[in-house]
Design a protein. Structure first.
Ligand code: H79
Length: 591
């Protein structure tokens, strides 16, 4: 291992050619739910889910009875957390919520019809949330909707049946680690009447049998949605993981345990800025502010936001799991119903541009988003126009392909296209067919020819990797490490989480040595991070630049890139030696 010190530069670079793979690579995850399958079998199993793009999430429990209110107070901004935030004793939660759960207005058939009308293809519902209350007829605990509430009906069974009848895929949310009712569950630190047993006992007595029952007695289950992964014993993990095998085609998320990727990555509340590379993923998001029904929550997202979110997520190759919150009566508020219907109206005309599509092949689009579908020997590009151009000219930057046909999705009006150096221009009528998102369909013959996307070397052979095109790996879309602007220049800032790391993909045409120069600011002390390229890694330490606003250019050293073609560079905090930095860009200068 060579240590290089540069005189006069407060920067120290330690190079090492081959690190032990476990040191810096993400901890190799446990296999997904079906570890024996080939890549082809896996993609077949996930085929329906990837084609679906849009699902309904439902948070419903005994917390819904009081709409997040306890003794006249709203202790939390998400109602399903009420018991925890108000430190409600188990006995009180029973009298205030469980004993009063009687949603007589609930109609499973009508509920599923509404999801279907919105264009949703699957439905995932809270079979048990952190409060530990089973919304189904649990055989192992009387703390369930049939045995403990005046309602006495198995809501999960009614919904499973209604979904099966109406062709909607059905899945369960199950909180496996937190259980504020069982004496071995995690999370209840306030009820001193609990006579503690071990977590493993809880898993054996409750979580595993309940999950087993959900995967046995409720017909075909398409998704098992774990939540809030915590450290647990290998035995507990494996026994929970094992039960999903009861449904051969099932799809699981990444929240069973630490480092268990499941079948897909979850983002909670936030949409990633760029498409996560090489994995399936889903954004779950409440339609208003709270997951569970909360009386005071009027923070409904507009139909426009929701429709554009769906297009945005689809354009990055992900799924949208949009949450609704039934009340204690068992219905949705009119605000939610209106929005679902508005999405449904848009989908009625435009769903072809969502279902079965994959991520956009184009770079960032000033006017909206793009989704793609491969058909026969050609490609369809769906241009989701949010901002209808006033001059009637829609530029598709970088597109070089021959356009076979262009038309408006709304009424099939044919559109003229022409080619110019910067791309294809589509001539649009004066008025947008849809003020939220009008879809323009482009049929392209043969392979796509696009000059854009990946960062390319400039005239001097230097590659500029700026903050705004970096992919930020920040746990489930959290905002510790995000793009912000200072003096109109984007930088990656608020980088307080040393688990967050950033990645750029770019095109290399000349392999060889590159000097990497960073434009960055360090507030205090010094910050150490790893520069990770496919052929070489280096630990770099940069001293304080005198403040978050004091940007300097610092050489991070010389690195070799051995192959031409697509390449990626990652910057990862060196845990324990990290100080937040603001990073504007990296320039890779060919030596
Ligand atoms: O089920 C929904 C959340 O209840 C659950 N995941 C989604 C799908 C979730 N559990 N924990 N977390 C999410 C992360 C922690 C959130 C918290 Fe809070 C922040 C707990 C306390 C502060 C949000 C705000 C919940 C209560 C107040």
């Amino acid at each position: 291992m060579a240590v290089m010190r540069k005189a006069g530069v407060t920067c120290c670079v330690i190079f090492f050619a081959l690190l032990g793979p476990m040191l810096w690579a993400e901890q190799a995850g446990m296999a997904g739910s079906q570890s024996q399958e080939t890549a082809e079998q896996r993609s077949e199993r996930l085929q329906w889910w990837n084609a679906a793009r849009f699902g309904m999430f439902v948070h419903w429990g005994v917390y819904s009875v009081t709409g997040g209110e306890y003794k006249g107070k709203m202790p939390t901004n998400s109602a399903e957390w009420m018991m925890n935030k108000a430190r409600i004793p188990i006995a009180d939660y029973k009298t205030e919520n469980v004993d009063k759960f009687n949603p007589t207005e609930f109609d499973a058939k009508a509920f599923v019809e509404l999801a279907k009308e919105a264009g949703m293809k699957y439905l995932v519902i809270t079979a048990k949330h952190h409060d530990g209350f089973a919304m189904f007829h649990s055989k192992c605990s009387p703390y369930n909707v049939v045995d403990a509430t005046p309602f006495g009906r198995d809501i999960m069974k009614e919904l499973a049946d209604a979904c099966a009848e109406q062709g909607i895929r059905f899945g369960f949310y199950y909180s496996q680690c937190q259980d504020w009712h069982h004496p071995g569950g995690m999370g209840n630190s306030w009820d001193k009447t609990i006579e503690r047993v071990s977590f493993d006992e809880y898993v054996r007595e409750k979580a595993v049998p309940e999950a087993k029952q959900l995967l046995t007695d409720y017909g075909p289950i398409s998704i098992f949605w774990w939540d809030t992964p915590r450290e647990m014993s290998k035995e507990a993990f494996e026994s929970l993981h094992g039960v999903t095998a009861l449904q051969p085609g099932i799809i699981t998320n990444d929240r069973l345990g630490k480092n268990s990727p499941g079948d897909y990555k979850t983002f909670e509340r936030n949409i990633p800025r760029l498409a996560p590379a090489g994995q399936d993923w889903e954004v779950c998001m409440p339609i208003s502010g709270s997951w569970g029904y909360k009386k005071s929550d009027t923070n409904f997202k507009s139909a426009s936001t929701l429709i554009r979110n769906l297009a945005d997520i689809a354009s990055k190759g992900g799924n949208y799991l949009l949450n609704v919150s039934p009340t204690g009566e068992g219905t949705l508020l009119p605000e939610a119903v209106d929005r679902l219907k508005a999405i449904g109206r848009w989908m009625k005309t435009n769903s072809e541009s969502i279902y079965g599509t994959t991520a956009s092949p184009l770079g960032r689009l000033a006017w909206g988003r793009c989704t793609k579908k491969e058909v026969g020997d050609g490609t369809i590009l769906y241009l989701h126009v949010f901002d209808w151009p006033e001059d009637g000219e829609l530029l598709v930057p970088g597109l070089k392909s021959q356009i076979e046909q262009a038309y408006l999705m709304a009424d099939s009006t044919a559109l003229e296209t022409r080619r110019q150096d910067s791309g294809i221009v589509v001539a649009l009528p004066a008025r947008a067919p849809d003020s939220i998102n009008s879809v323009v369909v482009l049929k392209v013959r043969g392979a796509l020819d696009i000059e854009a996307g990946l960062a390319m070397p400039n005239e001097e052979g230097s590659l500029v990797l700026s903050a705004d095109v970096a992919y930020i790996h920040n746990n489930e879309g959290a905002d510790q490490a995000r793009v912000q602007h200072q003096e109109d220049t984007p930088n990656i800032g608020y980088w307080t989480d040393e688990n967050a790391w950033v990645e750029w993909s770019f095109q290399v045409d000349r392999p060889g040595q590159y000097e990497i120069i960073a434009e960055l600011a360090v507030e205090q002390d010094s910050s150490r991070f790893l520069v990770d390229l496919p052929d070489q890694q280096g630990l770099v330490e940069v001293a304080s630049t005198g403040g978050y606003g004091n940007y300097v250019h610092r050489s991070l050293g010389k690195f070799s890139i051995d192959k031409a073609g697509k390449c990626s560079l990652r910057i990862k905090p060196d845990k324990g030696h990290w100080q937040p930095i603001n990073l504007r860009k990296l320039v890779l200068k060919k030596q």
